[in-house]
Design a protein around this ligand. Structure first.
Ligand SMILES: *Cc1c(COP(=O)(O)O)cnc(C)c1O
Length: 362
């Protein structure tokens, strides 16, 4: 048996989740957010799976956009931070990439550009996120200037919501009011949380990311979305033995066996992207039961308390996250969010794609 640290990507679940986005925002175009290797799920496989039912893709740089064009995808591709230097403009023009425009220097770069084909632009307004975008006071003038430039094609409007995942907060409403006062043409404001929860934010284009991958965007556990987890992270038990009472487990003996007990070692660690901060008790599923992770996470291994599954043996699969336990629960235990768990999986985790119940390799 070779080492198993594997992420099985369920493409049927991906399509199911896209259906949820579609039904949540039936009148909007969808730009599926594929940045960071489709949140660690695999850029091209995810793009091809969604291609027939989305109007666009959003990525963060040309390195993520060009493989989509090279794979023959003709969709609108939006670069969420636009171009990082003026020298990229001919590439945007030639490969028909849409640029988010958020800084005055970008407008000046477009003003000086001599392009064979104009670039469609998304004017980003900072309605409260405090990250990218023109202030609402400056956005009108920026839009007027863009409209005069031969290098600029169609102009759309974009903003990003800071707290759409916390529906009790008033910020989202005020951000949408500010945006609505400006954006009359085609516009986009909604991430996953707003796609699911804030119908007033849908506008012409929604930008779902995490929900496509089947993790809830809501920090509030009570808000449930009918999503199916796309990734199952799995490893194997590579050691099972009984340790005596008082024996430490792992670096620094953070866990000490309270009684003589069976301890398993699972073939995954922070070198695979399993979070090193996972505390004792973080659930791992073995033989259909949740068992507690114990001791500090090593680079290649974690230990588990097998007292509730004494029949467990070497070779048994161990599920780190998937349908159960969900990635968001592991993330919460580790003080992070599912987004980070997905993005941090390292290349040595093998990706296997499952479609129609059949597995295929990357
Ligand atoms: C990442 C990102 C999204 C998607 O956010 P989710 O919470 O994953 O749905 C949407 N818009 C912008 C600008 C982003 O950077």
């Amino acid at each position: 048996m070779s080492r198993v640290a594997r992420a099985t990507i369920n493409l049927d679940a991906l399509r199911h989740n896209l259906g949820v986005a579609r039904r949540s925002a039936p009148d909007a175009h969808i730009m599926a957010v594929l940045k960071a290797n489709a949140y660690g799920h695999g850029l091209l496989r995810v793009a091809h799976t969604l291609a027939s039912d989305v109007e666009g893709f959003a990525v963060s740089c040309t390195e993520e956009a060009l493989p989509l064009r090279e794979a023959g995808l003709q969709h609108r591709i939006i670069l969420l931070e636009g171009f990082f230097e003026a020298a990229e403009l001919p590439l945007f023009s030639a490969r028909r990439l849409d640029a988010v425009v958020h800084q005055p220097w970008q407008i000046e770069a477009l003003a000086s550009a001599d392009l064979s084909r104009p670039i469609d632009c998304w004017l980003k307004v900072d309605t409260g996120m405090g990250r990218l975008g023109f202030s609402p006071a400056d956005a009108g003038a920026a839009a007027e200037r863009l409209a005069t430039l031969p290098a600029v094609g169609e102009i759309r409007w974009m903003t990003h919501l800071a707290s759409a995942d916390e529906p009790d907060r008033a910020d989202t409403g005020s951000q949408l009011v500010r945006f609505g006062e400006l954006a009359h043409a085609s516009a986009s404001a909604a991430n996953s949380a707003a796609t699911l929860y804030w119908a007033q934010a849908h506008a012409q284009w929604v930008r779902p990311g995490i929900m496509l991958y089947g993790a809830s965007p809501f920090s509030h556990a009570g808000l449930h979305a009918p999503l199916h987890p796309v990734m199952q992270l799995e490893a194997r038990l590579i050691s099972v033995k009984t340790l005596p009472a008082g024996h430490g487990v792992g670096y620094g003996s953070r866990f000490v066996c309270p009684v003589a007990m069976p301890v398993g070692v699972v073939s995954i660690g922070y070198g695979d992207g399993y979070p090193r901060h996972a505390p004792d008790g973080t659930p791992v599923r073995i033989r259909g039961r949740r068992v507690p992770m114990i001791g500090k996470v090593s680079m290649d291994m974690i230990a588990v308390d097998l007292r509730t599954v004494p029949q467990a043996c070497v070779g048994d699969p161990a599920i780190l996250w998937g349908v159960d336990p969900p990635a968001s629960e592991i993330a919460e235990a580790c003080g992070t969010i599912s987004y980070e768990l997905f993005c941090r999986l390292t290349p040595r985790v093998q990706r296997v794609y499952r479609h129609g119940g059949v597995d295929g390799q990357e």
